[in-house]
Design a protein around this ligand. Structure first.
Ligand code: PLP
Length: 380
């Protein structure tokens, strides 16, 4: 599949876990003359994109919103709870769900974990038994703060087995397009444009279960983020307010890339998995520690006490942009993106550059090990 991936190499190389670089054909699609949104031409694009999103997310309905991912997070909290939620907080984005709920006047029961550690299922069970008035649970599938994969399948199943009326809200912003998501027990699956879809920020979407659909059909809440009103409109391939027409056209071009190169969703997931595991092996081989105890495939996160210098030197000497940690992990970890159609030669360039930087900083002598191990594990 990698031979099908061509991208204009951006300079510097953008290897942050969102935003990701936008391929030329997507940029070209977004540069075509603006379409008015209440026209059959735009509705045709909207219909195609919505259909592909439903296939990709495995959801009965998918709503598109003109907002960054946080807007979709807020609309799910406001639509599916009025009094109390249970939130799993394993990092910055988990913290955000709690902050959204409190800002909306809800009370929040929260389970806070270390940013490198998965939540204990028993602690969720205890919370549910103690607080019978919990209406919804929120969590990330991949928490981007530390690159942690949450055991979302078990969490979602546990909640539904406890009480099928509790809404399960899953932030899949760094999981969609990276792995196939099991939506059996998920009511709202949240995605955003600037991660694996390689689009500019500004479009978010929400995949809905039948239970979620029937709820918003009869309990429409809010104004701009009124999912009931959106559902009514989007079933007719239009939106309540002006949609992010340009980004939706770009999303159409993303699906066109897959179609024209005959890349299936499973191909993408398989590639992301290989890329992530080969990258982790490569980083370990040059003496780095992988930060999360359960790593997600959307990014590789390594911890090092000189991460700040490593990131700065990579940029200065090799024109490679990777991400620092946030908050308490600032200058303690660095994060390398695997989302989107990352070409192998770029991924190997970045890992080689990391190894060269370790030598420059006097941390470890260069031996071309990063690339050797990367190619050994990628099977190329
Ligand atoms: C990027 C990201 C978001 C969305 O943030 P926005 O800046 O609002 O797009 C939400 N959750 C996770 C896990 C993310 O990585």
């Amino acid at each position: 599949m990698e031979s099908n991936i061509k991208r204009i190499i951006t300079n510097p190389l953008l290897f942050t876990p969102g935003p990701t670089p936008t391929p030329e054909s997507i940029r070209a699609a977004m540069a075509t003359p603006t379409l008015h949104h209440r026209t059959p031409e735009f509705e045709a694009i909207f219909a195609k994109v919505a259909r592909r999103l439903r296939e990709m997310l495995g959801c009965k309905e998918v709503l598109m919103l003109a907002s960054s991912g946080t807007g979709a997070m807020e609309s799910c909290i406001s639509s599916f709870a009025t009094k109390k939620i249970l939130n799993i907080n394993s990092g910055k984005f988990g913290e955000r769900f709690g902050n959204i709920a409190r800002a909306l006047g809800l009370s929040v029961e929260e389970i806070v974990t270390q940013w490198d550690s998965q939540v204990e299922l028993d602690s969720i069970r205890e919370m549910l038994e103690k607080h019978k008035d919990i209406e919804a649970i929120s969590f990330q599938i991949c928490e981007s703060a530390g690159g942690l994969r949450l055991p979302y399948e078990q969490i979602a199943r546990l909640v539904k087995e406890h009480n099928k009326h509790i809404f399960v809200i899953a932030d899949g912003i760094t999981a969609i397009g990276v792995e196939r998501i099991d939506t059996t027990h998920i009511d709202a699956l949240i995605g955003g444009s600037q991660k694996a879809f390689m689009l500019p920020p500004g479009l978010s979407f929400i995949g809905l279960s039948e239970y979620a659909i029937s709820h918003i059909e009869s309990n429409s809440r809010g104004y701009y983020f009124n999912l009931g009103r959106e559902l009514k409109n989007q079933r007719k391939n239009t939106t309540a307010y002006t949609p992010a027409t340009t980004i939706i056209a770009g999303l159409g071009a993303y699906f066109d890339i897959l179609d024209s190169a005959k890349i299936s969703f499973d191909d993408i997931y398989e590639y992301a998995k290989r890329l992530a595991s080969a990258s982790r092996e490569s980083l370990k081989a040059i003496g780095l520690h992988i930060y999360p105890k359960a790593p997600a495939n959307c990014m590789s996160v390594a911890s090092h006490e000189r991460s700040g210098e490593i990131i700065k030197t990579l940029k200065q000497c090799y024109q490679v942009n990777i991400a620092n940690g946030q908050d308490r992990l600032k200058d303690k970890i660095f994060r390398i993106n695997h989302m989107g159609l990352v070409p192998l030669h770029e991924a190997s360039f970045v890992l080689n550059a990391v190894e060269l930087v370790l030598q420059k900083l006097g941390i470890r002598e260069f031996s071309a090990e990063a690339n050797r191990i990367f190619f050994q594990h990628i099977g190329a």
